[in-house]
Design a protein around this ligand. Structure first.
Ligand code: NIG
Ligand code: FE
Length: 403
């Protein structure tokens, strides 16, 4: 057993946990001033104020942490951090007026990163991804979801999933990694339809990778110009038969009914949601499927943001993730994105913290973290500030300390 004492604040989120992440209010953060916590490698044993530490724990070594704030662990539940090359030129083209979809149709976009990714050896991709994980972790993020999806052929997609699996083992006990398989990210040239690519590449690669038991979920880009509704349904049925959890990129450019489809298939999360209308919002509000918004992508592409207010007010479980990738959001700093999202999407501090901790964990099926409560996993983020408000108030500054 070990622990901390005299923490300026412990932001427990116990009220948020009780509400299952829906409609969080400031009082649901349940902040303990001058907090103390005792835990072992598996779970939180006791949490309260320093003056109330029970006598039976008086021999437990406690680190004095005055001037620090402890929160549930920050989770980045949506990244595409395994890729080669960069797309800085596309960003410049967009600043000069070009559109994301136009660039993609002209051979840029995901397919250009596919070429850069396929040009790299496994070791090179591994070391690039490792560097990115370390940087994200330095901001206080302890769990990171990583998607494959820039290989777009059987061999490279499997290689990327294997790299993520190796990194998961390497970072064990340090950073928790969630491995999402996303060969259905774009349709490379040479295939006439999404269906043909699914049949020739996606299903065979899922079958192979599933046998190795190394992936945690499958994702698909359900969007005009990429995969359509029938492709998405067929993939969902295929994964359901193999018992593989689902995630989906939907309603980014159009309201294509992706949110309702995700809820129907009990997907872990439905992500983007820029264009989700009343029906999709209602489905998410009545479901356990987490509504993951990616405000960094809206900022990066200069697009109108998701209707986060209506999602939360309707009762959906809202999460915020970075979407870190070379094209639509080349920003790996989730706390910066969350800080910017506050005023832009009209989110309260309680909604922001719920979105980057408890609901983000739920969007990866991790129900034993996201709140600082006895019995839950001891997964925290620690910051050198006196009050939780300071973290998002200081845009882009890093106060994280390794726990
Ligand atoms: O989530 N939407 C699909 N995938 C990424 C974009 C990837 C890229 O542009 O390279 C996203 O925004
Ligand atoms: Fe994405």
């Amino acid at each position: 057993m070990k622990g901390f004492r005299n923490l300026s604040q412990i932001v427990t989120l116990s009220g948020v946990h009780k509400k299952n992440g829906r409609r969080p209010l400031m009082e649901d953060l349940h902040i303990i001033e001058d907090g103390a916590i005792i835990f072992d490698g598996e779970k939180i044993i006791w949490v309260g104020t320093t003056s109330n530490i029970p006598d039976n724990y008086k021999d437990v070594p406690l680190t004095e942490l005055q001037g620090h704030v402890l929160t549930p662990e920050i989770v980045d539940s949506h990244t595409h951090l395994i890729f080669g090359g960069n797309r800085a030129q596309e960003y410049t083209m967009r600043l000069n007026g070009a559109d994301y979809q136009e660039i993609a149709q002209a051979g840029g976009g995901i397919l250009s990163t596919m070429n850069h990714t396929n040009a790299l050896h496994k070791e090179e991709l591994h070391s690039l991804a490792k560097e990115r994980i370390e940087r994200i972790h330095s901001y206080g993020v302890g769990t990171i979801e990583i998607k494959s999806g820039y290989g777009l052929n059987i061999q490279k997609e499997i290689e990327c999933a294997e790299i993520i699996h190796e990194l998961k083992k390497e970072f064990k006990g340090h950073v928790q990694i969630f491995n999402t398989f996303m060969p259905a990210h774009a349709i490379p040239s040479g295939y006439e339809s999404g269906r043909e690519y699914l049949e020739k590449v996606v299903y065979p690669s899922i079958e192979q990778i599933h046998k190795k038991s190394i992936i945690d979920a499958v994702d698909i880009f359900f969007e005009e110009g990429y995969f359509n509704k029938s492709d998405t349904e067929t993939l969902f049925e295929f994964c359901k038969n193999l018992n593989i959890p689902l995630k989906v990129h939907a309603d980014e450019f159009n309201d294509n009914g992706g949110a309702s489809l995700a809820c129907h298939y009990k997907a872990l999360s439905c992500d983007h949601l820029l264009k989700t209308g009343a029906e999709g919002i209602k489905s998410l509000a009545n479901s356990e499927t987490v509504a993951t918004i990616l405000p960094g992508t809206g900022f990066f592409l200069g697009k109108a943001q998701a209707n986060a207010r209506q999602l939360i007010d309707s009762g959906a479980k809202l999460s915020i993730a970075s979407d870190f990738n070379p094209g639509s959001c080349h920003c790996d700093n989730l706390l910066l994105i969350a800080s910017l999202a506050g005023p832009a999407l009209k989110l309260s501090l309680a909604e922001i913290w719920t979105g980057i901790t408890l609901n983000a964990a739920h969007s990866l099926g991790l129900k034993d973290q996201g709140a600082i409560l006895e019995g839950m996993k001891p997964r925290f983020s620690l910051f050198k500030v006196n009050q939780v408000d300071e973290i998002t108030y200081n845009w882009g500054r890093n106060f994280a300390i390794s726990v």
